[in-house]
Design a protein around this ligand. Structure first.
Ligand SMILES: Nc1ncnc2c1ncn2[C@@H]1O[C@H](COP(=O)(O)OP(=O)(O)OP(=O)(O)O)[C@@H](O)[C@H]1O
Length: 262
């Protein structure tokens, strides 16, 4: 537990009188990749946004700790600080998350400056982070629309790394990308996780992606956790019919039935 970067207990999110997510327990340890899977509307994104303190208009109860900070009690300044320096959000559509009027270099420089990193140190961090996501330094001269979706997503990850993020919260990071560039983003995420020990909390419909990278899996249905455990165990021996159905729908996974492939 002392090792947990993210620790959630008895989380309940309500909008009006509707409960849209209930998560009794969710931990992400240093260096660990945990995936939340489930059908559309099952409460995955809501859980991620609650962890970042980004849910507006919702009643959130329980406890959420990120790198020792009590998210539900923290003020806006403290939440902004941990969002940049400890935990970073990677979204589905990277290009829409990047300011279109700024070159990527300006975006990177301003983000670092907001966290007090300037000059040579900023340049060194930017170069290292770009190398980590396998992007050439020349991308810093381009505008967001001048790079591919895969490059924009890798740049978003580089931005998080440059700011020193220890855990990435990735919400469907590949689903808006062409199949050809999905693989490059997955490869970068997997390398950062496996070789650099970056912790990742991944929300994804893509069970093939999840099975290739996650250490543990949390399965959500209708706003509730129905099953969780080590990824290998959940994929090999799912307990719940809902999980079996999710797995059976994916052609590349072992539990998939031959008829669907034909
Ligand atoms: N601001 C909101 N007001 C009302 N209902 C909401 C709001 N945000 C989410 N919901 C509802 O909460 C439920 C969970 O939504 P959420 O986006 O967390 O699901 P999800 O599993 O991430 O789905 P998807 O994979 O489609 O993103 C859905 O039924 C959604 O309609």
């Amino acid at each position: 537990m002392s090792d947990a970067l993210i620790s959630v207990r008895d989380l309940q999110v309500r909008i009006g009188d509707r409960v849209i997510a209930t998560v009794p327990e969710l931990d992400v340890a240093r260096g660990e990749c945990v995936a939340i899977v489930g059908e559309s509307g099952s409460g995955k994104t809501t859980t991620l946004l609650a962890i970042l303190g980004l849910l507006e208009g919702a009643a959130v109860t329980g406890s959420i700790t990120v790198a020792g900070v009590d998210v539900l009690a923290a003020g806006p300044a403290e939440l902004r600080r941990i969002r940049g320096s400890t935990v970073a959000l990677v979204l589905q559509s990277p290009q829409s998350a990047l300011n279109p009027t700024m070159r990527l270099g300006t975006l990177m420089r301003r983000a670092l400056a907001r966290h007090g990193v300037k000059g040579d140190e900023a340049r060194a961090r930017a170069e290292r982070a770009l190398a980590d996501v396998l992007l050439p330094p020349e991308v810093l001269r381009r505008y967001p629309h001048q790079v591919s979706g895969g490059q924009a997503q890798r740049f978003a990850i580089a931005l998080a790394l440059a700011l020193g993020a220890e855990v990435l919260l990735a919400d469907e990071p590949t689903s808006a990308l062409d199949v050809t560039v999905q693989a490059e983003v997955v490869a970068v995420l997997r390398r950062l996780h496996e070789e650099r020990g970056l912790a990742v909390l991944l929300v994804s419909h893509d069970l093939a992606l999840v099975s290739s990278i996650a250490d543990r899996v949390v399965v959500m249905k209708d706003g509730a956790v129905v099953e969780s455990g080590p990824a290998a165990g959940v994929f090999a021996r799912p307990r719940e019919q809902y999980t079996k159905d999710l797995i059976a729908a994916v052609p590349r996974l072992p539990g998939h039935s031959a008829e669907v492939q034909a």
